[in-house]
Each structure stands twice: as structure tokens, then as C-alpha cells.
Design a protein around this ligand. Structure first.
Ligand code: XMP
Length: 317
């Protein structure tokens, strides 16, 4: 029978046999899959695993520092790469969603590749691919066909002559979480909502600037922290905020304002393929809306997305 403990035991042994004394590189994203893959590999080969965690400048507020810290606490040999400037400058002036995704995917590979080349004698590229990713990459339906293009470090294995190892590729998400729990990974990491590879870039409709990223990080932080403080976070599959490319009229004192609009989205889902909007309590939404408008300069209107998928997607781009 499959149990998380027996999976850990057999997989660690298999990885030891397969990898021997070889060096392995793995990209960490802060997400559940790559984290569990990293800890499994670390158990098997210790310091022969080098993890690379790239800050693309499009993560949630304080996310990079916090997650890098937890990785170090878990004993992982992890290199944090600050590539914020590269990503932002390559994205400068770009509004088309698919172009943004392509740029982010390309810059990620460039940054990852440069770091990986610094590791002497690396033989393997590890990936946190799980079973649904394997299926997804062979099906071609809409945006999901490009979903993993960022995580999947395509091109790198051939160019660097790396072999690929994917210890989670027969598991479903809930099994990955159970395996993570069995290895003692923090619930804060295991219970995290999914977050898209291109990050806030696809939640800023239109072109991206450092100011817009900073503004959306504040809005998102108030919303997500609010969900956590009110015990709503675990009832939601994914949540986030979108910065809309419109301004709307408001009033402050005797003055009219003309400022930004943000949309909040929270959904329940099992696999992201279909989703329902969450009926968050009105008083919670009221409080979050007030907090955002009072604390985030430049925002004078908050709306809540009440569309289900299909036909609306979870992300707005
Ligand atoms: P949609 O918006 O298609 O999203 O309903 C379904 C799930 O996929 C995530 N998503 C992405 N993940 N790269 C990713 O890694 C992407 O380009 C991308 N686009 C959407 C989305 O956050 C949701 O979990």
C-alpha cells in the first residue's frame, strides 16, 4: 500500500542508487512541488544537491526573503539570485500577456543557466514535475498548454548535457503534500496557494513598472494576510489581486480623485481546470477594501471578481 513514509523511504533509496556521487541542480520556486522535491533529494544526496531560487521581482511582498530563509533552515544548499532588474528591464513596455510569459520564461532560463554553469561537474537537472504536469504537457487546451513553460527549464538539459530526474512525477498534489508532511516540512510551505510562474506580471494588466509591482504587492499582502488572520486562507484554493489598466473617479474631502482600480479574486478548485468564486463574508470584504484604499496610495476603488471558470479563467491575463 502507498503511504507517504514508504514513498519517502523507497524514493530516497532509488535516488541514492541512481545519482551516486553525482551533482544535481534544482530550481526552487517557493511552491509545494519544488520544495518537496528539494527536501527529498537533499535527504538522498545532501550537499551534492544545489538549489537555485530566482527572485524575478514579481513575487509576493517579502516572499523571496521569507522563503529563502525557510529553505536555509531546512538545511538546503540554496543559492538565491536577485534578478529583479533583468526581468523588469526585459519586460519594459510589454503589454501582451503571452509575450510577457515568453520573456519571463526566457529570462528565467538565462539566469538559471548562468548559475548552473557555476556548479562544477553538474550531471543532473532535477524538477518538481508532478503527474498532472506530465499529462498537461501532452494536452493542448488553451492557456494550460503554456502553464508550465516557465518551471520546466526547457533547453537547458540538452545544452548542458544534463540528465533529468523527476522524483515526484507519479504523484498527485495531495500526495506531494502528504510526502512533504511526512518529511516534516513546515505547514506554511505545504499549505501555500498555487502561484503562477510569471507571478504578478500577469496580474498587472498592461505594461509593468516597478511602481505598479510595489503597489500590487501591498494590495495583495493586505488581502492574503486578511485571509490568514480570519481563518479563511485554507478554505480558498487560490487568491490574489489584479491591477487594472483603468482609473476611476473618486472623492476625497472636496477633491475629485482619478486613481487606480484593483480587483480581488478568490476561488475554490481541485486542479485549476474549473473554479468557483468564493463567497467571502461581506464584512471581511468590506474591511479588506477599506484597508486597501486607506493604506495603498493610488488606489481608490476595489472590486471583487464573482466569475466562475469556465468561462472566466482564474487569472485575468
Ligand atoms: P487560469 O488563469 O488559466 O489558471 O484559469 C489556472 C491555473 O494556472 C495558473 N497559471 C499559470 N501558472 N504559468 C504558471 O506557472 C502561467 O503562465 C500561468 N497562467 C495561469 C493560475 O495561477 C491558476 O493556478
Amino acid at each position: 500500500d502507498w503511504t507517504p513514509d514508504s514513498f519517502v523511504e523507497t524514493t530516497v533509496q532509488e535516488l541514492k542508487d541512481k545519482l551516486g556521487n553525482d551533482k544535481v541542480v534544482l530550481g526552487l520556486s517557493g511552491g509545494v512541488d519544488s520544495t518537496v522535491a528539494g527536501v527529498l533529494l537533499h535527504k538522498a544526496i545532501g550537499k551534492n544537491l544545489t538549489c537555485i531560487f530566482v527572485d524575478n521581482g514579481l513575487l509576493r511582498k517579502n516572499e523571496f526573503e521569507a522563503v529563502l530563509d525557510s529553505y536555509k533552515h531546512m538545511g538546503l544548499n540554496v543559492i538565491g539570485v536577485d534578478a529583479k532588474k533583468e526581468f523588469l528591464s526585459e519586460l519594459d513596455g510589454v503589454s501582451d500577456p503571452e509575450t510577457k510569459r515568453k520573456i519571463i520564461g526566457r529570462v528565467f532560463i538565462e539566469v538559471f543557466d548562468a548559475e548552473a554553469h557555476k556548479i562544477q561537474d553538474v550531471k543532473w537537472l532535477a524538477q518538481g514535475t508532478i503527474y498532472p504536469d506530465v499529462i498537461e504537457s501532452v494536452s493542448v487546451n488553451g492557456p494550460s498548454a503554456t502553464i508550465k513553460s516557465h518551471h520546466n527549464v526547457g533547453g537547458l538539459p540538452e545544452e548542458m548535457n544534463l540528465k533529468v530526474v523527476e522524483p515526484l512525477n507519479l504523484l498527485f498534489k495531495d500526495e506531494v503534500r502528504r510526502v512533504g508532511r511526512a518529511m516534516g516540512i513546515d505547514e506554511n510551505l505545504l499549505g501555500r496557494h498555487p502561484f503562477p510562474g510569471p507571478g504578478l506580471a500577469i496580474r498587472i494588466l498592461g505594461d509593468i513598472t516597478a511602481e505598479k509591482v510595489a503597489l500590487l504587492q501591498e494590495v495583495d499582502h493586505i488581502f492574503i494576510q486578511g485571509l490568514k488572520d480570519n481563518n479563511l486562507y485554507d478554505q480558498v484554493w487560490q487568491a490574489g489581486a489584479m491591477l487594472l489598466p483603468v482609473q476611476s473617479v473618486g472623492v476625497m474631502g472636496d477633491e475629485r480623485t482619478y486613481e487606480k482600480v484593483v480587483a480581488l479574486r478568490a476561488v475554490t478548485s481541485t486542479d485549476g481546470m474549473t473554479a468557483d468564486w468564493v463567497h467571502l463574508p461581506y464584512d471581511f470584504l468590506a474591511k479588506v477594501s477599506n484597508d486597501i484604499i486607506n493604506k495603498v496610495k493610488g488606489v481608490n476603488r476595489v472590486v471583487y471578481d464573482i466569475s466562475s471558470k469556465p468561462p472566466a479563467t482564474i487569472e485575468w491575463e
